[in-house]
Design a protein around this ligand. Structure first.
Ligand code: GLN
Length: 448
């Protein structure tokens, strides 16, 4: 009740929610009370959570931030949602995001921009901007987002939250609307590291409904959380400390390095030599996969259908033209181009090869050290509107997060102070594949 009242009071200004489940949440809370009375208590029983609107939720509108899915009410729950519900978590509502998770500022949502609760004139980041803004505005206890190129970590950084992108395959993508299937991964956005460990533990694990989920045991993430970083080898990738890094971000990084040293970690410079190709590689792979994934929105099976078509092809074209926003169209065109015959070898195939080199960079660096420490974003939250007209500038804001998705490994963003202007700054820890326990442990030591 308190959270619903707070949503009513502050969300008109923040716009973190697309859908609020006033009645549904109270009913779920009553069910949770009944479970607790029966002694059926799991870590998330009765905990009110918000979900990015990319998660398919049975009977609850799921828009993915797009007009084309404006009235889509799914007939089933995705696996992560079902797992939260099985523990008795209370679904408060569905959170705003960039359309189809394409963006870094939440400005491409059909349902209006989400504002950064720390400064309403700034972006909360994106695409899981609603997931981070709801935590910062204290309108949800924990949230789930998705991260294809930084969409959990970057908003977490801009809103002073903890955001974890697990290893590809750690969490099922079943019932998560697909953007770029080889990069998408589900993860928590939370107030602190312990909450992130609890949320990850609740949703992680093999799922026969997702053939890319991996059959490897889920550790007890809470068990190792307090073990500190004494003797931990932390690598600083030299390519991430570039000319032009915002001075406030640089300062937060320097302080984080000093903190880890003081906690007994060993700091070492490492190299990820193919870093400069990551953004270009990502925008070929991600747009190619998106162009294929978004072919299903044809006005027949899902969502918006045009009112005035002359024949079938015209109906496809008009429904898509009316239903998709500008950024989604730009990416469908880029991706279709990169996949078309004659260009496939030059662009898509080449990008796949460079992706392998980038993955090898991480394998090499993470054989010398246990984790990597980097900035999350090159600047604190930028002003709303500042980068809308310049997509390339927007794309470059993910320069430190994108390589992790290309490599398929895990990364966590954690609060590391504030800029001179009072905006949050995060730092990122990157771990070995399925090494979420190690980065959570290192993050927890820093937080403490
Ligand atoms: N900003 C990146 C993009 O637009 C990443 C988004 C994401 O991780 N979903 O593709």
């Amino acid at each position: 009740k308190a959270l619903l009242a707070r949503i009513d009071a502050v969300d008109p200004r923040v716009n973190a929610y697309i859908t609020v489940r006033h009645d549904g949440a109270l009913k779920a809370a009553a069910d949770a009370d009944a479970r607790i009375a029966r002694g059926e208590i799991a870590p998330l029983t009765g905990i009110p959570v918000g979900l990015k609107d990319i998660f398919v939720t049975k009977g609850v509108k799921t828009t993915c931030g797009s007009k084309i899915l404006e009235n889509f009410v799914p007939p089933y729950d995705g696996t992560a949602v079902a797992k939260l519900k099985a523990q008795g978590a209370v679904l408060l509502g569905k959170l705003n995001q960039d359309e189809f998770a394409m963006g870094s500022s939440s400005e491409s949502s059909y349902f209006g921009t989400t504002k950064n609760p720390w400064d309403l004139e700034c972006t909360p980041g994106g695409s899981s901007g609603g997931s981070a803004a709801a935590i910062a505005a204290q309108t949800a206890t924990a949230t789930l987002g998705t991260d294809t190129g930084g969409s959990i970590r970057q908003p977490a950084s801009h809103c002073s939250c903890v955001g974890l992108k697990p290893t590809y395959g750690r969490v099922s993508r079943y019932g998560v609307i697909a953007y770029a299937s080889s990069l998408d991964q589900v993860g928590p956005v939370t107030r602190d590291v312990t909450d992130a460990a609890i949320m990850l533990g609740a949703v992680a694990g093999y799922d026969p409904m997702d053939s890319t989920s991996v059959e490897t045991p889920v550790p007890d993430y809470l068990a190792s959380l307090e073990q500190g970083v004494k003797g931990l080898k932390i690598g600083l990738p030299k390519e991430y400390f570039i000319e032009g890094l915002d001075p406030d971000v640089k300062k937060a990084m320097d302080e984080a390095i000093a903190t880890y040293r003081a906690l007994g970690a060993e700091i070492k410079e490492v190299s990820l030599p193919h870093t400069e190709y990551a953004v270009a590689t990502y925008y070929l792979v991600a747009t190619a996969e998106a162009s294929s994934n978004l072919a299903r929105y044809d006005g027949v099976r899902f969502g918006h259908r045009t009112a005035e078509a002359k024949g079938l092809i015209d109906m496809f074209a008009k429904s898509r033209a009316e239903g998709f926003g500008a950024e989604v169209k730009r990416r469908i065109m880029l991706g279709t181009y990169a996949l078309s015959s004659g260009y496939y070898d030059a662009y898509y195939l080449k990008a796949q090869k460079v992706r392998t080199l980038i993955r090898q960079d991480f394998t090499n660096a993470l054989s010398e050290v246990d984790v990597l420490l980097t900035p999350v974003a090159p600047t604190p939250a930028f002003k709303l509107g500042e980068k809308v007209a310049d997509p390339l500038q927007m794309y470059l804001s993910d320069i430190f997060t994108i390589p992790v998705n290309l490599a398929g490994t895990c990364g966590i963003s954690l609060p590391a102070g504030f800029s001179a202007a009072g905006l949050p700054i995060g730092v990122q820890l990157i771990g070995r594949p399925f090494g979420e326990d190690a980065i959570l442990q290192a993050a927890r030591a820093f937080e403490r």
